[in-house]
Design a protein around this ligand. Structure first.
Ligand code: ADP
Ligand code: ZN
Length: 223
């Protein structure tokens, strides 16, 4: 099963993908995480990616598509994958379709998350993430704070704030989303595999609730 998480920064793609991974038993692959790991290790890819990520821009398509294409060859994703943060441009989506077609596969479900922009900014600037790459649990200082300040409840590692989670960079990321990623909603709508949902405290529906709804939807529709 091939699932795509679509949505503006901070809508909860990673959180929901993390729950779905556990429930469905298929790996989550986040292009943002791949870039951050490479930045931390200061690889050539990391150095290149950092120049774009720090400005709230997208890493060039050719680079990103190449990474996903080779990841799709790995044995652990042959039964399924949850793509978190990819595709993010129409070109990436078209290339993904071509890559999958060659393998006799297709995108089964696209989960499109929406949240009011003021709520997103609040969510992102208060976001803290477990620094342990194996854990990566996401906290929110207001909505979902850790029991002990600065420490992950799950594994005890220190929590960190992403460098691009500042108000200034977030504005740029929203602009990038609107211009380059939002057209994907129409792209997948036409293909008929789009599941859109609001993730917002105003309707009392956050990541965990959406993940439950999605699992129900997958079962009911035999996806
Ligand atoms: P968010 O959705 O909260 O912005 P991500 O971790 O998905 O966070 O992405 C962080 C950054 O990594 C993006 O702002 C972008 O610069 C880069 N990135 C992630 N995925 C892609 C992609 N598919 N194409 C190009 N750049 C990407
Ligand atoms: Zn942790």
């Amino acid at each position: 099963m091939i699932i795509i998480m679509l949505g503006a920064p901070g809508t909860g793609k990673g959180t929901i993908a993390g729950i779905l991974t556990k429930e469905l038993g298929i790996p989550q692959v986040s292009t943002g995480d791949i870039f951050r790991k490479n930045i931390k290790e200061q690889t050539e890819l990391g150095k290149l990616a950092e120049t774009f990520i720090s400005k709230g821009q997208l890493v060039p398509d050719d680079v990103t598509i190449g990474i996903v294409e080779s990841r799709l060859e790995d044995p652990d994703v042959q039964e399924g994958i949850i793509l978190d943060g990819f595709p993010r441009t129409v070109r990436q989506a078209e290339e993904l379709d071509k890559i999958l077609e060659k393998k006799g596969k297709k995108v089964d479900l696209v989960i499109n998350l929406t949240t009011p922009e003021d709520e997103l900014i609040e969510r992102i600037v208060n976001r803290r993430i477990c620094s342990n790459q194996e854990c990566k649990t996401v906290y929110n200082l207001v909505l979902n704070p850790p029991k002990k300040e600065g420490i992950c409840d799950v594994c005890g590692s220190p929590l960190i704030q992403r460098k691009d989670d500042t108000e200034e960079t977030v504005k740029e990321r929203f602009k990038t989303y609107t211009e380059q990623t939002r057209p994907l909603i129409e792209y997948y709508e036409k293909k008929g595999n789009l599941y859109s949902t609001l993730v917002s405290k105003t309707i009392n529906k956050l990541g965990q609730d959406v993940a439950k709804d999605v699992i129900k939807y997958i079962k009911e529709n035999n996806i």
